[in-house]
Write a protein that binds this ligand. Sequence first.
Ligand code: AMP
Ligand code: FE
Ligand code: ZN
Ligand code: FE
Length: 292
Amino acid sequence: MTPRTSPASRIDLHTHSTASDGTLSPAELVRAAADAGLDVVAITDHDSTAGWAPALDALPTGLRLVRGAELSCRWFGAEPAVPLHLLAYLFDPDAPELVAELARVRAAREERGERIVNLLRADGIDVSWPEILAGAAGGTVGRPHIALALIRAGLVTSTSEAFGPDWLGERYRLPKEDIDVFHAVRLVRAAGGVPVFAHPRATRRGRVVPDELIAELAAAGLAGLEADHEDHSPAERAHVRGLAAELGLLVTGSSDFHGTHKTVRLGAFTTDPEAYERIVAEAGGVTEVASG
Ligand code: AMP
Ligand code: FE
Ligand code: ZN
Ligand code: FE
């Protein structure tokens, strides 16, 4: 059954919990989403579906949960390859190939985290990998967890400072072992999911891919583009909307909420009900939107 939403619906399709680099547990996240007045929230942890069950168990009445993930991908058509994020909605969490890829990426993230910590330690910076790993509490490890250790050590005062060029943004930045983006789009579709390119024009995060690549991804099965996001300038948002219209892709807006790791609030950007319903309609997956 396709859930109907009223025109007044507030729909946030990109949030993180402690299953990756957010600071609210999945249960706290769905409660916060209800408190923020959202009608629909998607849980999209980096490379993990571990938050799905606890979010579902705690789902408040009246809130709909879209189960998803944000996949760490890379486009190998440029030198060096460009990292990018693919949101995947309502896919089968047991699809073997996708499960294997996510497990591989999570394991590689742990190795990379430890290597970053070794680089820091070689420069006399006293951070501890076992402590950082414990801080991630079994969730997907990322640089935000290392940023917290730098803050605890009094070396920086904020996450954004920790992502500056002297720290995790450049000097102590190492690549992840991401999934080829075309492979990721195919795996998500094969698992019945709906792939949406997250913050595709976020130049402030680093290099972005050319529009030609987005056209190729659309031909390969990409469903949509995230336009309204805090990392997009108004001009970038307009550009993404124009491109989506040209390619027949749906457009989303979302907070990319990370709890206290970022300042953005739940529902800061939202998705139109028509786009949300298109995602639900395209999801041929095993999973459905859950309603609390
Ligand atoms: P990683 O996945 O380990 O490469 O780390 C990237 C994550 O760090 C993103 O998903 C964001 O949550 C966070 N992040 C990236 N850039 C910044 C920034 N400038 N300030 C704060 N957090 C950031
Ligand atoms: Fe993140
Ligand atoms: Zn992202
Ligand atoms: Fe995100």
